[in-house]
Every structure is written in structure tokens, then in C-alpha cells.
Design a protein around this ligand. Structure first.
Ligand code: BTN
Length: 241
């Protein structure tokens, strides 16, 4: 059984999980509000008090028999969140944007509903702790102008649930995380991504390339007439979902 912590207001669920996991095996940290919510690439992750889910699953690899491959954390967290969204909004189309953002089609375009920030702490080459932070827009009604056409929430899609409902369903997947077969998990994640053979544009120079394959560690192999390139982040490419 994973130990659960809930706070009213903290800086970031990933940071608090990091400070608690030393003496624990597996924990889930949630909060009503983050004062220093963090996204990938040093971005800020905003969210109002009590409206959205701020969730971190953290594991101490010294105390628990965990996954062999760190990419399995990215794959499982993304699929658990996707399954939870589909559970509450079965009539909507959700897609994963490489590697772990989740977008939903709102009748106009695909908009981001969930983001994941994964942090691993090593001692030398051995993995000690992992923090899997998930932010999902549940009941946010108003979005700032700069993301108005890029983000949505379950509420805006017409789905009425509480943050607690979402946390409970998502937590139930994490309770069984190590029962999963890692190879199958990666296959399901890759199938859901559905990015092979798609054309992408590189953000750095607007060059068009094609996704040739996905490596075992999750990175993408891109090709064009003259070169091959391997990337591991979704921020460096633009593509149609
Ligand atoms: C992204 O899309 O850039 C990732 C966003 C991750 C946000 C979540 S909210 C819970 C956890 N705590 C944080 O500070 N960040 C993650």
C-alpha cells in the first residue's frame, strides 16, 4: 500500500516528495495548491487553489523492487493518466504528445489537459529516488490568454468530477505499478504515441524531418535526405497529433 500525503499549500509536490521519500518505500503526495509548481524545461506550472490535480508518485529504489528501465516510469505515468482521463471522459479523443503530454480534442483542436515532470536522483550510477509529478486540469474555468487556445480542463469539456475522484482513480493504477510487464508497457505507450513515419518540424531551424523509429530508451530517430538526428524531448519538435 502506497503511503499518501495531502497538503493544503506547498511549493511543489515533486519537491516535498523528494524530502519525504528518504525514509519511505512508495508515497503519493497531493496538494490543493502549489506555490512553485514546475513544468519541464524550467517552466512554471500554474494552477489555482483546489481546481486542478497536483500529484507526485515517488519511489525509493533502495527499499522497493522497481522497474529495470527508467523509461517505464514515463510510459506508465502517461498511460495511467490517459486511462484515468478516458475513464471519466469516455466520449472524448485523447492523444499523447511526445513524450508524455496529454491532449484532448474539444471539437475545435487538440488542447493540453495534462503534463508530467519526471525527476530521478542518482548516487553515482545507481538510481535512488524517482519523483513522477503529474498535473491535470480538472476544474479550471479560465485560462490565461497565452494558453487559451492550447490548454483545456475536464470542466471545459463538460465533465464534472472532483479532484479527489481523479486522484483516487489515478492512485489505484499506481498501487499495481510493479505488476506490469515493462515490455508490454513500452509497446502500449509507443502505439498510443503513434508518431512513427510522421513528419515533424524542428523548432531550432524549422527543418522538416520524418520520425523513422523509436529507440528502446524512448528517444526518436529522425531522418531527412541528408542526416539522422536523435531527440528525447517534445519541446524540440512540432507535429500534428
Ligand atoms: C509539463 O508539462 O511541463 C510538466 C508539468 C508537470 C506539473 C506537475 S504538477 C505536480 C508536480 N509538481 C510540480 O511542481 N510539477 C508537477
Amino acid at each position: 500500500m502506497i503511503k499518501k500525503y495531502h497538503f493544503i499549500r506547498i511549493d511543489s509536490t515533486n519537491d516535498i516528495a523528494r524530502s519525504l521519500i528518504n525514509t519511505e518505500g512508495e508515497i503519493i503526495v497531493t496538494t490543493d495548491e502549489q506555490t512553485n509548481g514546475r513544468g519541464r524545461k524550467e517552466r512554471i506550472w500554474y494552477g489555482e487553489f483546489g481546481t486542478n490535480m497536483y500529484f507526485t508518485y515517488s519511489v525509493n529504489h533502495l527499499k522497493v523492487k522497481t522497474f529495470e528501465n527508467t523509461i517505464s516510469y514515463l510510459a506508465s505515468a502517461t498511460l495511467f493518466t490517459l486511462n484515468t482521463l478516458r475513464h471519466y471522459a469516455p466520449n472524448y479523443k485523447f492523444k499523447i504528445k511526445y513524450p508524455n503530454d496529454i491532449y484532448c480534442y474539444d471539437g475545435e483542436s487538440y488542447k493540453k489537459v495534462s503534463g508530467i515532470l519526471i525527476e530521478h536522483i542518482y548516487a553515482g550510477t545507481s538510481l535512488k529516488f524517482s519523483m513522477i509529478g503529474i498535473g491535470t486540469n480538472i476544474n479550471q474555468r479560465i485560462f490565461p490568454d497565452n494558453i487559451l487556445y492550447k490548454a483545456t480542463s475536464l470542466f471545459k469539456l463538460g465533465i464534472n468530477i472532483t479532484v479527489t475522484d481523479f486522484v483516487n482513480k489515478l492512485s489505484s493504477y499506481f498501487e499495481k505499478i510493479y505488476e506490469l510487464d515493462e515490455n508490454k508497457l513500452l509497446l502500449v505507450w509507443k502505439n498510443e504515441l503513434d508518431i512513427i513515419n510522421k513528419e515533424i518540424i524542428l523548432v531550432s531551424n524549422y527543418k522538416r524531418m520524418t520520425v523513422k523509429s523509436q529507440l528502446d530508451d524512448g528517444r526518436l530517430l529522425l531522418i531527412d535526405d541528408s542526416e539522422e538526428l536523435i531527440i528525447d524531448d517534445g519541446e524540440s519538435i512540432i507535429y500534428e497529433l
